[in-house]
Design a protein around this ligand. Structure first.
Ligand SMILES: NC(=O)c1ccc[n+]([C@@H]2O[C@H](COP(=O)([O-])OP(=O)(O)OC[C@H]3O[C@@H](n4cnc5c(N)ncnc54)[C@H](OP(=O)(O)O)[C@@H]3O)[C@@H](O)[C@H]2O)c1
Length: 334
């Protein structure tokens, strides 16, 4: 159960806040949005095309879905040749590495929105982790570290910070995260027994870990700034509860429950997309922050606690070992 403070903030955001529509121009910029074939990623990508971005990379795992998304964006914005499909399947590290290699040929990357995410009711492995952990956490961090030099390079050339923002979730409030007590947390998450898939808690756990890792990533970026010029701002967005396809693998009971909530208080994908655009704007005040309702917000008490800070550091150490095994040398990019 989420604490009362979180429930109040959530209800206020869903029912009383009108999210701003950004009027900022993205002229000349190259923007990557993962998971942008549908949902709020698609709406954010549409926004960037409409508002003059030079290149918007639709990073998704199906060419057919990617091209359909581009046709839709072009029909609504009347701008052609801006959105491009690039294949990225976050279930496979090789796909992430191939995607990152391709970005080396780009003259610049101004913004990455690490938005793709999975929620399912069954325990499935993808690479060396349960699939929520691979898709929502590890693969996006592998991508982040692989493209970091390009983000820094772009920041030097443009004279303003590049942005790497993640789509997180208010559901990070909704788990006790018992796996944090395991000797090795990532290994603990690979134990199927007790993984709490049917209640969607594994998804909540993945979003909590994503938030904690982003906070440590931000610290590391700030620490390396004097040695490695080119500022990169990182943050994590809570888009609220948005009417998208995210629940499609959640199981019948959860889908029924969500249907009710959706009717009463969900945001549209366009409204959710506005929160992604806000994250992409990357104001200095957003660095290392959890964002909600298009402003800096307050994460859970656990995240801010001494224990939360210790677990955050442990998660980071474990992740670095994992990423080095996947792609030796990648942590040197920090
Ligand atoms: N909707 C909400 O209420 C809500 C609330 C909080 C946070 N979020 C987060 O918002 C983000 C966007 O989700 P959404 O709500 O817009 O849902 P969505 O419409 O289901 O979009 C999810 C996107 O992630 C992609 N994806 C999933 N697994 C992938 C993989 N292995 N490799 C590459 N792409 C993959 C999907 O691609 P396919 O179409 O190929 O599956 C899709 O493009 C997610 O991170 C989600 O956790 C959503």
């Amino acid at each position: 159960m989420a604490p009362i403070r979180a429930v109040k903030d959530y209800l206020k955001g869903q029912l009383c806040v009108t999210l701003p529509v950004s009027t900022r121009k993205w002229t000349g910029q190259t923007i990557i949005v993962t998971g942008s074939n549908v949902g709020m990623g698609l709406e954010a990508a549409r926004h960037f095309v409409l508002h003059d971005a030079a290149k918007v990379i639709i990073a998704c795992r199906s060419q057919e879905k990617g091209l359909a998304a581009i046709a839709d964006i072009e029909a609504t914005t009347k701008r052609t040749g801006v959105a491009e499909f690039w294949e990225l399947d976050l279930c496979y590290y090789q796909s992430v590495e191939a995607f990152a290699r391709r970005t080396l040929a780009l003259p610049r990357i101004d913004v990455i929105i690490a938005n793709a995410g999975v929620l399912r009711d069954s325990f499935e492995m993808a690479e060396d982790n349960e699939s929520h952990i691979t898709v929502n956490v590890v693969s996006h961090m592998l991508l982040a570290l692989l493209v970091l030099p390009k983000l820094r390079e772009t920041a030097i050339v443009t004279g303003k910070p590049s942005v790497l923002t993640f789509t997180g979730s208010f559901t990070h409030f909704m788990t006790e995260f018992p796996e944090r007590n395991a000797t090795n947390i990532f290994e603990g998450l690979n134990v199927e027994e007790g993984a709490r898939m049917k209640s969607s808690e594994r998804y909540f756990v993945s979003k909590l870990i994503q938030l904690q890792i982003m906070r440590e990533f931000a610290k590391q970026l700030t620490a390396s700034e004097p040695k490695k010029p080119g500022k990169v701002i990182t943050s994590i967005i809570n888009p609220g509860f948005v009417n998208t396809q995210i629940m499609r693998h959640a199981g019948a009971m959860m889908e029924l429950y969500m249907k009710l909530l959706r009717v009463t208080m969900s945001r549209t994908a366009d409204e959710g997309g506005r929160t992604l655009v806000h994250g992409a704007e990357g104001g200095e005040e957003t660095h290392g922050q959890y964002l909600g309702d298009c402003k800096v917000a307050d994460p859970s008490d656990y995240v801010k606690s001494e224990e939360g800070r210790q677990v955050q550091a442990k998660l980071w150490r474990e992740l670095m070992v994992k990423l080095e095994k996947i792609h030796p040398g990648v942590t040197q990019n920090l």
